[in-house]
Design a protein around this ligand. Structure first.
Ligand SMILES: Nc1ncnc2c1ncn2[C@@H]1O[C@H](COP(=O)(O)OP(=O)(O)OP(=O)(O)O)[C@@H](O)[C@H]1O
Length: 253
């Protein structure tokens, strides 16, 4: 097994007021193996999003270390870290964050422009393949206000994949979707994982987490439990969900 991400003793505090610090992540340790599909659950405010942003280098940790494919992110300049994020990682958020005056296509290829590695033709071809794969071919020129939440989230997946990342992070990627659209987005992410992409997502939804291979449970800035579910076979989804829900109840969720 290859470790793609290793976090050691990660702490994160925010300044509150003039002299106060709020400790949000407390000595978090975790490893992500290549090809894993992991979810993070836990009560609101326990630090799930902060963990995701800190270990992906979007936000700075207060202390500790994070290595992505063996590279310590704390030792990188802002510019090299930005390049690492652009080339190795994709991000999907609860709200797409797409810009209003750009088409879906222009929004989804922005990270490829920023990475400055490929020609427009190559980028457009990949965008077109991704739109096919996620079932939104034909929406390239649409505005975000003209499409459904599920379609917009598929476009957000295309944006996350435009630079062919090794790791995809999702912060409640299905949080704003109805159950059908949520299932469809999870089917796309599961298929993506089957092609080798490592995925880590934050979710409140046991049905979503039941489709991942390993669930981490956070409480008050710490990972306090882990449930390994293994590979997903459709027939056992209900059983996985029931087992996960009873474990979560034991954990006090
Ligand atoms: N930029 C910030 N400045 C100060 N405090 C912050 C900041 N971001 C998050 N926090 C605080 O850190 C704690 C953890 O927030 P975080 O968003 O990581 O929790 P979460 O588990 O993802 O919550 P939710 O499930 O509600 O999204 C909260 O108390 C929050 O108020």
């Amino acid at each position: 097994m290859t470790i793609v991400l290793e976090a050691k003793n990660v702490n994160k505090s925010y300044s509150v007021g003039r002299n106060n610090e709020q400790s949000v992540l407390k000595n978090v340790n975790l490893q992500l193996q290549a090809g894993e599909f992991v979810s993070i659950m836990g009560p609101s405010g326990c630090g799930k999003s902060t963990l995701l942003y800190t270990i992906s280098g979007m936000d700075k940790m207060t202390s500790g270390s994070v290595a992505i494919q063996g590279q310590e992110i704390g030792s990188l300049s802002e510019e090299r870290l930005a390049q690492l994020r652009l080339s190795k990682m994709g991000f999907i958020f609860q709200q797409s964050g797409f810009l209003k005056n750009l088409s879906l296509l222009d929004n989804m290829i922005l990270p490829a422009y920023m990475a400055k590695r490929e020609s427009r033709a190559v980028i457009d071809r990949r965008a077109s393949e991704l739109m096919q794969r996620t079932g939104i071919a034909g929406l390239a020129n649409a505005d975000k206000a003209e499409v459904s939440g599920g379609q917009l989230q598929r476009a957000a997946i295309c944006r996350a994949l435009i630079n062919q990342p090794d790791i995809v992070f999702g912060d409640e990627p299905t949080g704003a979707l109805n159950s059908k659209a949520s299932d469809e987005v999870m089917a796309i992410l599961t298929e993506l994982n089957h092609t080798g992409t490592t995925i880590m997502l934050v979710t409140h939804d046991a049905k979503v987490a039941a489709k991942t291979q390993r669930v981490l449970f956070m409480l008050d800035g710490r990972i306090v439990g882990e449930r390994v579910l293994g590979q997903l076979g459709q027939a056992e989804l209900k059983v996985r969900e029931a087992k996960l829900s009873s474990w979560l109840a034991e954990m006090g969720f």
